[in-house]
Design a protein around this ligand. Structure first.
Ligand code: CP
Ligand code: NVA
Length: 308
């Protein structure tokens, strides 16, 4: 049995295999062909943080695959009143066929997976957001940007930045990350990615000047400066991220036909300007839709590995 906890645990071949499956299922979905890949299966969806895309894409996805999703907000289940993650997992995983969890520390997801009898999917933690990156790479493939790919990630060294590092290190493209001083990526995650990059041929560079990172990039991406749980730091962060907005001037440094990605939700006028978000280069809504398709691929793939 396999879990989907970080992209570090996946090989390039596995990532590409899941995305191939996602593309196949996407074509079927677009043609309104809904095959029962996961008949009568139940997906538990545990949320300790808010969500629009993750909730809707997983719930719709499992339904379209022939199963059903259970939305379990930590406000409503005993987890929120202190029932241990281990007991929650032991109980839920005896009743459902798969579980998705959005939580704070990655260690919580690992704890849940340790006690789970069914595959567990990371729906975002403070450290990683692997399902988002699967949708992002699917979007990159669809825009024919996967050859000679140069991604510039501008902003906070957060869960998104870490999952970009994981993906890049496995696939083998060029990734440039620009963060303000004090907001760098986790150095252990960077070190591990640099190690994997030796095998894949990935090129990873770290900058404090966003313009340098964007120069000649084929994909430009960013994320909120204030992640869930950091609301108290909002004022300070807005000050510290001065100069990091992805606006038209910044995009001009990239390749002429570069695309812009954002996991959303986006905050116009902060990490990205309204004009860039709404420009032709912006693929944000294809990217959001691809959450549905990529995750259907992940769920079907995990189901196929159940007895491994
Ligand atoms: N990108 C993303 O995960 O969005 P939600 O927080 O709305 O799920
Ligand atoms: N970095 C953001 C991503 C939201 C999808 C957060 O963790 O809040």
């Amino acid at each position: 049995m396999k879990h989907f906890l970080t992209l570090k645990d996946y090989s390039k071949d596995e990532i590409l295999e899941i995305l191939e499956l996602a593309r196949k299922i996407k074509i079927e979905t677009k043609n309104k062909i809904f095959k029962d890949y996961l008949p009568k299966q139940t997906l538990a969806m545990i949320f300790e943080k808010s969500s629009t895309r993750t909730r809707v894409s997983f719930e719709t996805g499992i339904y379209q695959l022939g199963g059903i999703g259970l939305f379990l907000s930590s406000n409503d289940i005993q987890l929120g009143r202190g029932e241990p993650m281990s007991d929650t997992s032991s109980v839920i995983s005896r009743m459902v066929d798969m579980a998705m969890i959005r939580t704070t520390a990655q260690a919580n997801i690992e704890e849940f997976a340790k006690y789970s009898k069914v595959p567990v999917i990371n729906g975002l933690s403070d450290e990683y957001h692997p399902v988002q990156l699967m949708a992002d790479y699917l979007t990159i493939q669809e825009c024919n940007k996967d050859e000679n790919l140069i991604v510039a990630y501008i902003g906070d060294g957060n869960n998104l930045a870490h999952s970009w590092l994981n993906l890049c290190a496995k696939i083998g493209f060029e990734l440039r990350i620009a963060t303000p001083i004090g907001y760098e990526v986790n150095q252990d995650i960077l070190k591990e990615a640099l190690n994997d990059a030796k095998v894949s041929g990935a090129k990873i560079s770290i900058y404090n000047d966003p313009k340098l990172a964007v120069k000649g990039a084929s994909v430009v991406t960013t994320d909120t400066w204030v992640s869930m749980g950091q609301e108290d730091e909002k004022e300070k962060r807005i000050k510290d991220f001065t100069g990091y907005i992805v606006d038209n001037t910044m995009m001009q440094e990239a390749q002429n036909d570069a695309i812009f990605l954002h996991c959303l939700p986006a905050y116009r006028g902060y990490e990205v300007s309204a004009e860039v978000l709404e420009s032709k280069a912006s693929k944000i809504f294809d990217e959001a839709e691809n959450r549905l398709h990529a995750q259907k691929g992940i769920m079907v793939w995990l189901d196929s590995k159940r007895n491994d």
